[in-house]
Every structure is written in C-alpha cells, then in structure tokens.
Design a binder for this molecule. Sequence first.
Ligand code: ADP
Ligand code: NI
Length: 202
Amino acid sequence: MTTVQKKAVLQAAAAHVRRKCLKESSGHDWSHIERVHRHALRLAREEKADLFVVGLAALLHDIADHKFHGGDTEIGPRTAAAWMKRRRVPPETVAHVAEIIGTMSFKGGKDRPPMRTPEGKVVQDADRLDALGAIGIGRAFAYGGYAGRAIYGTEGATLDHFHEKLLLLKDRMNTRAGKKAAQKRHAFLLLYLKAFEAELAG
Ligand code: ADP
Ligand code: NI
C-alpha cells in the first residue's frame, strides 16, 4: 500500500470506531481509543515499530470486546479482520493486527505468552497505561458502575480490582518507555489508595 492509501485506511478506521463507541459508558469509549492510539504511536517511534500496524491495532483493539459478547474471545480479531479486508489491507497486515488484538487483553494475565512483535508490545503497553493513573482510576469506577459493582466493601467491588489487576500491571510492561510511564501512574494509584483508606478510617 502507498503512504496515501495507508493514511486513508487509518482515517477510515478512526471514523468507523468513533461512530461505534461514542456513547460507550464502561471506559472503552472513543476517548480511550484516542489515548491508546496516541500513546501507542509515541511508544512505536521509540521502539521503531511499524506505524501502520500500530495505528490499526490501536484503533481497532476494542472494536468488539469479548466481555460484551458472551466471552467469545475471537470476536475482536474477527471483526477487525473483516473490516480491514473490506478496506483492501494486505493479508499479512490483517493477520498481524488481528493477532495483536487477539492476544493483548490483560485478562489471562501472567499465563499469557508475551506479545510476539514490537507492534504488539507497544499497543499492549498503551492499553495498559490507560488502566493506570488518574485516568485509570476513572475508568475502573466507570466500568464498575457499568457492571453494577459497589465502589468498595462488598465482594467484587471495584476497589478490589486495584489489588487484583491494576497494581500488577507495572511489572508486566513490555517496553522501556512503557515501564517508566507505568511506574509513575502506579505511584499515583498507591497514593490514591492510601488517601482512600485514610478517609475510611477517619
Ligand atoms: P482488557 O480490555 O485489556 O482485557 P479490561 O477490559 O479488563 O482490559 O479493562 C479495561 C478497563 O476496564 C480498565 O481500565 C480496567 O480497570 C477496567 N476494568 C476491567 N475489569 C474491571 C473490574 N472488574 N472492576 C473495575 N474495573 C474493571
Ligand atoms: Ni482498550
């Protein structure tokens, strides 16, 4: 594909996804996609990853999340692949982007094999960063509310999610720059949890 064609595909992907998730209210809305996209491109430059693959994977990574489709983990990569094929994206790029989308979720955590390519590594890091820091806290409670969870105190409350998942992320980052950014956001989570506990105790 020429640079001009790639640019057109990326623009179409952004427009398509934006239309689909504008009203999303579980923290997987268009602003999440935009942030992941922006961060992934920044990491991609440092890691010398292919910007077309990274751009497509970042824009399409939540196009059909299995959490909202009865646990069908193939639906994301399949939906993304179908969209890319319609846009005449070359088969090897389609396969690469679909592989990234299919393997990047932090569900499955430790047991998952590490991302295979630099492109996968940066997009996964960017997605994880968005679950950390001030924005990550906002998203966790947005997701919790969406899923009918309590803020704290009962089983499955959102505050547990911090300990079960969010605080583990900083040690699972793939890239150097990703790790550094994650540490900063991790420190803010700790500060937040401390304040939370202090308020409860006070
Ligand atoms: P991925 O899409 O990478 O598997 P998730 O969808 O599990 O990641 O997480 C995306 C966002 O939703 C994160 O910000 C995360 O904190 C939030 N989230 C996921 N599960 C929960 C949960 N059980 N409680 C609170 N927030 C959650
Ligand atoms: Ni995401």
